[in-house]
Design a protein around this ligand. Structure first.
Ligand SMILES: *Cc1c(COP(=O)(O)O)cnc(C)c1O
Length: 358
């Protein structure tokens, strides 16, 4: 059985070492020493100013919206993302307005943003799809012109560089997911990143019930904290990230050398990007071709994933809106297995099954 992804687990002894420390301290959460250490190391690794480790990538999006005071009105967002991008906007009381994606990069298309702006528009929430950066400069210019906040759902973009620095440095806030299926993971987990001191202050208290010391409160908050057990996993996985990315890169290059790029079309990387190889999507010529390929792989116990499918503008809890590029792409895109433990021969097998099915 070869699944689309497989969680990287560090050697058990490494995790156990951290557990011994936790057992000695008998201190499991509330800014414990491992959480503090992981935050410091990730802040340095990613090269960002403020970094908050939280318990998942969805609460990260919700706190980001709260911290920017986006609690009503419209948020321009991408229909081509994981459902959490849209659901967090709805959950926090705003209305998602879908801006279609660029047909090659598959990220929100800046050329289509301004036509969607109304007097009720408050923010842009865009996803760095598959770890490929949005056109961050074009989005920033539009946001400045119209005084909109920018949140990047960077759940896929851990370690991606744009112009040699972390893509997390763009926008007012970026959020990450450290779910077990992500490139860097803590089992469950996520993070909120900002370079703005005032926003950072709000995030800091909002993820901890609003606390200002034990007996006072800055304002309303939620429980976004994570635990020592999750931080320990992160501390074990983080040193391995360069090796994880290098192996994924080699596997991705092998796929590309074996598959016909005019039939299995790869999304275009944003220029000036150092990619993190978090996913390996291919765009097939039609949904029929996709189903043929998927069924042929499934018959050999190989399970690629239709990701992202369906297009989020078709969710039953959003106002119906057209997004023809996203709707088309979502019917034809397939993410192939890509993970550290995947073997080169398995990539050869997968590629030959795909080539035969087409
Ligand atoms: C994984 C993911 C999320 C949600 O993160 P969780 O940690 O699972 O809550 C949000 N957006 C995108 C694009 C994702 O891939």
């Amino acid at each position: 059985m070869i699944n689309v992804t497989r969680t990287y687990l560090p050697p058990l002894e490494e995790y156990t070492k951290y557990l011994e420390g936790i057992w000695e301290r008998v201190y499991l959460t509330n800014a414990g020493p491992l959480v503090v250490e992981l935050e410091q190391r990730l802040r340095d690794y990613l090269g960002v100013k403020h970094f908050f480790f939280v318990n998942n990538g969805t609460i990260a999006l919700q706190i980001a919206l709260k911290a920017l005071e986006i609690e009503e009105g419209e948020v321009l967002t991408t229909p081509f993302s994981y459902v959490a991008t849209t659901s967090s906007i709805v959950w926090e009381g705003s209305e998602p307005v879908f801006v279609d994606i660029h047909p090659e990069t598959l990220c929100l298309d800046p050329a289509k943003i301004e036509a969607a702006i109304t007097p009720r528009t408050r923010a842009i929430m865009a996803t760095h799809v598959y770890g490929n950066p949005c056109d961050v400069e074009a989005i920033e210019a539009i946001a400045q012109r119209h005084q909109l906040k920018v949140i990047y759902d960077a759940a896929h973009a851990f370690g991606t560089l744009y112009k040699d620095s972390s893509v997390l440095n763009y926008g007012d806030v970026s959020t990450l997911s450290f779910h077990a299926t992500k490139l860097f993971h803590t089992g469950e987990g996520g993070a909120i990143v900002t370079n703005d001191d005032d926003i950072a202050h709000r995030i800091a208290y909002m993820r901890n019930f609003g606390h200002n010391g034990p007996e006072a409160f800055w304002g309303v908050g939620v429980n976004g904290k994570s635990s020592e057990l999750h931080a320990a996993m992160g501390l074990c996985v983080l040193p391995k990230v360069p090796e994880l990315i290098a192996k994924r890169k080699a596997l991705a290059e092998l796929y590309d050398s074996l598959l016909d790029g005019t039939v299995c079309v790869r999304p275009a990387l944003q220029p000036h990007t150092t990619y993190n190889y978090s996913y390996h999507p291919i765009l097939l010529p039609s949904e029929e071709a996709l189903l043929q390929v998927r069924d042929a792989l499934n018959a050999q116990e190989i399970t690629p994933r239709r990701y992202f499918y369906p297009s989020l503008n078709t969710l039953n809890y959003v106002r119906p809106q057209a997004a023809p590029v996203s709707e088309d792409v979502s019917t034809r895109v397939l993410c192939l297995p890509l993970y550290y433990d995947l073997e080169f021969d398995q990539v050869r097998l997968i590629a030959s099954i795909i080539n035969q099915a087409l």
